[in-house]
Design a protein around this ligand. Structure first.
Ligand SMILES: [Zn+2]
Ligand SMILES: [Zn+2]
Length: 437
């Protein structure tokens, strides 16, 4: 039975504002706070500026990447961009900057796509430029948006006192949009903070709305890489990290309900497997597998519908047809973990007798043993290291994991052009077919 590779897990926070725009602390102050909570990375996104790009790099064991949040001239259509060398011209429209980020080989995410507000004095900033379908991903969960969405006069005190547990699940509208888009192409889901830690006047009181230390312990994005990030080489680390994020090998959690480090979701057939962000062709032998660091209610979702569910620390679900599958894990009624999708294409042929080499669903065995060019792809155990499996030690940053065997990725290595990122990684032998993209 094939096994997916050992993965290295990096847990961190996305969409953070600093004093460079409307946040209330500096990059270095926020990095220190995040480090004290054992986060592995921070993705900074000030409005329309990357003034402190010099804060990019490794800070001890914490990876800091500085992108920015783009908006149009009406301050609408907020878009998170990473991997750019400089900010784009301010006068661009949303379709123009989405395209520009892509052309610059950056990585772009629609911010708070379906934001709504109950309080009339608070403006909402939903995404409206859906016509441009070349963005890399969307925020499926934005802490600030989710919090403000539930805020009205009656809930205000509870919302201020319990800013993490007040939020329930991501917006059903956004999840439906994401599931629908995933049938066409890969759309990377991320969870974000939208952290500002802004001062707030409430009658005679002056409060900090969402201190950074609170938000850093709520919605987190977990990025899984197949090689450890080299701490001595920031550029390489950034490339591997953003590459894994681009591939959607990631999931989202609300730390309020438990440390999700160690969650894994993959599918496997007799000869192949696929990780989040990857694809396989339908075969009746495919099963989806889930592993959790602690029990939860596990739901397998396909095309917006729950197709199977169970409770516990692991699950094995048979396949229920083609489509893009993802997993949600709940604690009671509260959303805890949200995986990215695995796409199952309709079968066009029987599963090959002799395994082919795959980009997405991957070959892991060869009848005659590993061949030379496959040297990096011999079966490996799914081995989130022990700290991943045991919640007691789960705060340990994963950079400490032992390095995997050297890999020869060859032409299967990092994708060179962002246009590829919008497609499901597919079996190489089917690359010429057009459907599903
Ligand atoms: Zn925004
Ligand atoms: Zn923001």
């Amino acid at each position: 039975m094939p096994k997916p590779p050992e993965l290295f897990e990096y847990v961190g926070a996305v969409h953070i504002h600093t004093k460079d725009s409307d946040g209330s602390k500096s990059h270095n102050e926020i990095i220190r706070i995040a480090d004290s909570y054992h986060l592995d990375f921070l993705l900074f996104t000030d409005h329309m500026t990357m003034a402190h790009r010099n804060c990019e790099g490794w800070h001890g064991r914490l990876l800091s990447i500085v992108g920015y949040e783009i908006q149009d001239k009406k301050n609408e259509n907020h878009y998170l961009a990473f991997g750019l060398d400089e900010v784009l011209p301010a006068e661009l429209s949303a379709p123009e900057y989405v395209r520009s980020v892509r052309e610059a080989h950056g990585l772009g995410f629609i911010a708070h796509p379906d934001e709504v507000r109950k309080m009339p004095e608070a403006r909402a900033y939903p995404w409206t430029a859906w016509g441009i379908d070349v963005f890399d991903g969307i925020e499926i969960w934005n802490h600030m948006s989710a919090w403000l969405e539930g805020l009205d006069k009656n809930s205000r005190l509870k919302s201020f006192l319990h800013p993490r547990s007040i939020i329930g699940t991501p917006s059903p509208k956004t999840l439906a949009r994401w599931d629908e888009a995933a049938e066409r192409r890969r759309v990377v889901g991320i969870g974000s903070l939208d952290a500002h830690a802004a001062p707030y006047r409430w009658g005679p009181f002056r409060l900090t709305l969402f201190p950074y230390k609170i938000q850093l312990q709520a919605i987190r994005t977990h990025v899984l890489t197949e090689t450890p990030l080299p701490i001595e080489d920031f550029r390489k680390s950034k490339e591997i990290f953003l590459g894994a994020l681009r591939q959607a090998n990631a999931f989202i959690s609300n730390y309020r309900w438990g440390n999700a480090r160690g969650f894994r979701f993959w599918c496997e057939s007799r000869r192949q497997f696929a990780l989040m962000g990857e694809s396989m062709s339908f075969h009746p032998s495919i099963v989806f597998r889930v592993e959790l660091p602690e029990p939860g209610k596990i739901k397998l979702i396909c095309k917006g519908r729950v197709v199977a569910e169970t409770e516990g620390t692991s699950a094995e679900f048979p396949i229920a047809g083609d489509g893009a599958y993802r997993v949600e894990v709940l604690k009671g009624e509260k959303g805890w973990i949200y995986s990215n999708h695995i796409k199952i294409f309709p079968s066009r042929q029987r599963e090959p007798e002799r395994p082919q080499r795959f980009e997405g669903g991957r070959e892991v065995e060869h009848p005659k043993g590993p061949q030379k060019e496959h040297s990096g792809h011999e079966p490996r155990r799914l081995a989130p290291n022990d700290s991943n499996r045991h919640p007691k030690a789960a705060n340990k940053p994963q950079q400490t994991a032992p390095p995997p065997k050297p890999q020869n990725k060859g032409e299967q290595g990092q994708q060179k052009h962002p246009s590829d990122s919008r497609r499901w990684r597919r079996p190489r032998s089917q690359k010429t077919e057009k459907s599903g993209q």
